[in-house]
Design a protein around this ligand. Structure first.
Ligand SMILES: [Mn+2]
Length: 432
């Protein structure tokens, strides 16, 4: 703890004004609010526990903001690539955008990219309505591209385990500059800047704290800033189940964003409707589900890549059944662009406070031969991806495709039911 240096931190946070750049100025008032003075630290010591926790959290946020600022300063005029999970959600998209806007002040140009699709109707609406600058780059086209212009890559709302682009970027020798996430630690990637805070409910909260620390002065007369604040609000909302699982920090972030975001725009984004194909997958999950010990488990068979997000939506729906606290939905997703690419994708949703989705999924499916887990999670939600490798494709032979599904379906159920069955007592027993 370097609390005694907090005053210096405030000074350090003042960027050197680069005459070539316009808006690098940081508001010292904004800094004062988030950086605890020595006095407030003293007060916290003698006050309640929760205050101390809050102080520690805001000290951490301030320290991280300062570190990020220093990192950006040392990479001025460079080009970076921000890699999101293959199927980015609003939290990832809005956080990446915020990083891009912050970095722009140091003449760092960032391309935001992901390999999969924006399959959730709300995500498509978010990107379209806010003009969010993220583009899809399938693995093959990234490999074909000259990546030498990128002097660094950045991971936001993921730690590389949910992106198929990561290996290509690493093989191109691009260094990892920053990683900002709120999922549990997934591995030991070496990065210049690391801010991984599993206690925070949304990466959007972390980025809002950077804004509050003065890394970027939002201006409500600029539509780009208003749209970005709206996107962050959406990210925060969706990762906290409409704030129902939000903690103090998330509420504080939402309060700050409320000064800038466009409520009407957010409402329009949230009103995006479901496609028929998503409805069909939800219907299949209802038909195929088995309920045991308050777990609802459903395999939905084959899905097109574009409909991948129907899986978490089906899990969201199944968990609303009376007497169900946890739902797991999975299916085989095939990419029509890249014929042979098939992957089992699953989603977990839980209302059970004592069930840790990250632990549950790691326990259920274990690791691959390189030690990488097939999935993980955060509070109340988790997911997994199991590549099908040699068994991918050849589905034009329908008895073969059926057989393949049955094998995967049986294997996944087997692994899940081992944990669901209380006799094995593998899930930490609490109230049972
Ligand atoms: Mn998130």
């Amino acid at each position: 703890m370097q609390r005694n240096s907090s005053k210096n931190q405030v000074e350090d946070l003042q960027p050197q004004i680069d005459p070539n750049l316009e808006s690098v100025e940081i508001d010292p008032d904004a800094l004062e609010v988030s950086l605890p003075s020595d006095k407030s630290v003293l007060t916290a010591t003698s006050s309640s526990n929760s205050n101390r926790v809050a102080t520690r959290a805001s000290t951490l946020a301030a320290q991280k903001s300062e570190q990020l600022l220093n990192t950006l300063r040392s990479h001025k005029h460079e080009r970076q690539i921000i890699i999101l999970q293959d199927f980015p959600d609003p939290d990832a998209l809005s956080s990446a955008w915020t990083y891009q806007l912050i970095a722009e002040q140091y003449d760092i140009k960032c391309d935001i990219t992901y390999a999969g699709t924006l399959s959730h109707q709300e995500n498509i609406a978010l990107v379209k309505l806010t003009s969010l600058p993220a583009t899809r780059t399938p693995l093959q086209s990234l490999k074909n591209r000259d990546l030498s212009s990128y002097k660094g890559y950045v991971l936001v709302d993921n730690q590389g385990t949910t992106s198929t682009l990561i290996n290509a970027v690493q093989e191109a020798g691009i260094p990892l500059i920053a990683i900002v996430d709120h999922h549990n630690l997934q591995g030991d990637l070496k990065s210049e800047f690391v801010d991984i805070r599993p206690g925070v409910r949304a990466t959007a909260t972390i980025f809002t704290q950077y804004l509050q620390a003065g890394l970027l002065q939002l201006d409500s007369s600029m539509s780009e800033h208003v749209n970005c604040a709206t996107a962050l609000m959406h990210g925060l909302h969706s990762d906290t189940n409409r704030l129902m699982q939000a903690r103090e920090e998330d509420f504080m972030a939402a309060a700050y964003l409320s000064r800038f975001y466009d409520g009407q725009l957010l409402n329009t984004i949230l009103q995006a409707t479901r496609s028929k194909r998503v409805m069909d997958v939800i219907e299949r999950s209802l038909r195929n589900r088995i309920v045991q010990n308050n777990f609802s488990i459903a395999g939905v068979g084959y899905l097109r890549y574009d409909d991948r997000d129907a899986i978490p939506q089906a899990a969201d729906f199944l968990v609303t059944e009376d007497n169900v606290h946890t739902a797991v939905v999975y299916g085989i997703v095939h990419d029509e662009d890249e014929e042979e690419l098939e992957v089992v994708i699953g989603s977990l949703r839980t209302n059970k406070l004592t069930l840790d989705p990250d632990e549950f999924i790691k326990e259920a499916f274990g690791q691959d031969s390189t030690g990488r887990f097939f999935g993980g999670g955060r509070t109340s939600a988790g997911g997994f991806e199991i590549p099908m490798g040699f068994l991918s494709g050849s589905n034009e032979n329908s008895p073969y495709a059926k057989m393949k599904w049955e094998v995967y379906d049986a294997q996944i159920k087997q692994k899940l039911l081992k944990l669901v069955n209380p006799k094995d007592n593998l899930i930490s027993s609490d109230d049972e």
